[in-house]
Design a protein around this ligand. Structure first.
Ligand SMILES: C[S@@+](CC[C@H](N)C(=O)[O-])C[C@H]1O[C@@H](n2cnc3c(N)ncnc32)[C@H](O)[C@@H]1O
Ligand code: SF4
Length: 384
């Protein structure tokens, strides 16, 4: 039997500016160019530590996320890729290597360098093709820059995705339909479509609390979600996960590893990992503060926070929660194992089926579109 697949996530936490809706571990306070070598060393040391502690995986995908990895110094990227090749000998070439890029950073020269490094997929953070929405979202690009960036990406890469946000305060079904159709007309074959959420400790939190802005009503949000699935399906992009829409073969292989609950390493400040090792599942976390992480890793290799293995009940909950995000759901045999292990309430499952929130076929058990709108509540209901 071959080695189990591994997905590698690398987090670069810095951005040109902090967007008011964003609660990712990202910071506008930059890094100093003269410290690039220190950052490279820390990333490589963190990866070496993980490979040493959890060996025997086959590297399948790499995802450089952020923050804004298109602002990562090239010297850091080059050192990192060279380390990845050394650490995963003989199977060095991951099948899919994605880099998340912000439109303002895109140039043909930079993309060609990425391609030369082995990056074969770009995820472009467009957010909207409307100038007023981009201004509301506090972005540092406008619609023209986004369109130009997309054109350049499409000339260098076969596989790319764009991120868009919906459910903005003024979004109606008709307005979002127009926005979505416009985005689809640009020919992209993968879209990540996120409903705006207001998170504590973000710039949007207080103004929304005060009532300066209001999210659309829940019934409108449900309509937007349904419409998103229908419009994308009409154009051949299947909603294969709650926020992900792709033409056949264009699905994000890296994210599928998360949802299939395969092992993944997280490298970089605030990154997480899950590793199945010696019959146990380990949850790995890294220090959030970038400098503390870097110094921790470089000085005592303590940037990665070790925790005891997850309990079987925790593993069951995570497996269910991740698997049910996907349209195809989870394998019947896995579902049955969870049920006979006493983690799933069989009666609740029948009730959810009768309510039209869950369904099954000969191989899988899944949430219907209505069920995926209520993922959290359904999982809580299902668990014993
Ligand atoms: C890691 S983030 C950002 C990637 C990249 N730095 C960018 O901004 O384009 C990935 C995506 O999450 C989405 N996102 C971030 N915060 C969100 C929020 N509060 N609500 C909905 N979507 C959000 C955005 O679409 C963003 O592109
Ligand atoms: S949305 Fe992207 S660019 Fe904006 S702060 Fe978050 S990670 Fe940075």
């Amino acid at each position: 039997m071959g080695l189990p697949p591994l997905a590698l996530y690398i987090h670069w936490p810095f951005c040109a500016k902090k967007c008011p809706y964003c609660d990712y571990n990202s910071y506008a306070i930059g890094w100093h160019p003269e410290e690039a070598a220190l950052w490279a060393k820390a990333y490589i040391r963190a990866l070496e530590t993980l490979v040493r502690d959890y060996p025997a995986h086959r590297l399948d995908t790499v995802f450089l996320g952020g923050g804004t990895p298109s602002q990562m110094p090239l010297s850091v990227l080059e050192s990192l890729f060279s380390a990845i090749h050394d650490l995963f000998p003989a199977r060095a070439d991951a099948v899919e290597i994605t880099l998340e890029a912000n439109p303002r950073d895109i140039s043909k020269t930079l993309l060609q360098i990425y391609y030369g490094l082995g990056i074969n997929r770009i995820s472009l953070g467009v957010q909207s093709f409307d100038d007023n929405e981009l201004m509301f979202l506090g972005r540092d690009h406008n619609a023209k820059v986004a369109r130009e960036a997309l054109d350049v990406v499409a000339t260098v890469f076969d596989r790319y995705s764009i991120d868009l946000m919906y459910g903005l305060p003024h979004h109606t079904v008709a307005l979002w339909q127009g926005r979505l159709e416009e985005a689809l007309s640009l020919g992209t074959r993968h879209l990540s479509l996120y409903q705006l959420t207001i998170e504590p400790e973000t710039g949007f939190y207080r103004p929304f609390q005060r009532g300066d802005y209001k999210l659309p009503e829940n019934s409108i949000l449900a309509d937007l979600f349904n419409l998103t699935h229908d419009v994308c399906a009409d154009r051949g992009l299947l909603g294969y996960e709650i926020s992900s829409f792709a033409a056949l073969g264009q699905e994000c292989r890296h994210n599928l590893h998360y949802w299939h609950y395969n092992s993944y390493f997280g490298v970089g400040p605030g990154s997480h990992g899950r590793v199945h090792h010696n019959g146990q599942t380990y949850a790995l976390a890294s220090m959030k503060n970038p400098l503390a992480w870097r110094e921790g890793i470089l000085n005592q290799a303590v940037g990665i926070v070790e925790k005891p293995p997850l309990t079987p009940a925790e593993v069951a909950l995570e497996r269910l929660y991740m698997g049910l995000r996907m349209r195809r759901g989870i394998q019947r045999s896995d579902f049955q194992a969870l049920e006979s292990g006493g983690y799933i309430d069989g009666q609740a499952y029948q009730r959810l089926r009768n309510q039209g929130l869950m369904g099954e076929d000969s191989q899988t058990i899944f949430l219907t579109k209505e069920g995926r709108l209520r993922l959290d509540a359904v999982v809580v209901d299902l668990m014993v």
